[in-house]
Unconditional design. Structure first.
Length: 157
């Protein structure tokens, strides 16, 4: 019941009864289930980014813990043929999760303008990536200018 509830939001009592009976005859399977519950609970508050693919072929990209992904799947699934596939990727912190979300949106050829992308706006991570790229480019330009200047100086000697 716990695994089903954590992953779908529904208790799934019939399946739980079957698993209980099977578990009585197979303790190794019960231990595996306990570990799975532990892993799912551990990730409930963890930050990450996700992609949900719906029955009509459209996708939605988001940022947050597993629970947020489940909420997005439910809220957007009704109009889009239900969630068929969902992939969640853990991130080290919120900033990284926003950047990952932005990359996922951008990889959806055309980003938010793609009619098969359900995101109506870009992630805040897009600006973070642009700032990071601009910072990297100015650092690279600055160091190449310095190298050129020092190379030029050496020619004067």
């Amino acid at each position: 019941v716990t695994i089903n509830y954590l992953t779908t939001g529904s208790p799934g009592l019939a399946m739980a009864a079957r698993e209980t009976i099977e578990g009585a005859f197979n303790p190794a399977k019960t231990l595996k289930s306990v570990d799975k519950v532990y892993q799912l609970l551990k990730k409930q508050g963890t930050v990450g980014s996700y992609t949900i693919t719906f029955g009509n072929g459209k996708q939605y990209h988001g940022k947050g813990p597993l629970k947020r992904m489940e909420e997005s799947a439910k809220s957007k699934g009704g109009k889009n043929g239900g969630a068929e596939k969902a992939k969640w990727d853990e991130a080290t912190d919120d900033k990284s999760a926003f950047k990952d979300e932005a990359k996922k949106i951008a990889n959806d050829k055309g980003g938010v303008k793609n009619p098969n992308n359900l995101n109506i706006r870009n992630s805040p991570g897009k600006k973070m990536l642009e700032t990071q790229q601009s910072s990297n480019n100015s650092t690279a330009t600055s160091s190449s200018t310095t190298r050129a200047a020092s190379k030029q100086e050496s020619n004067w000697l």
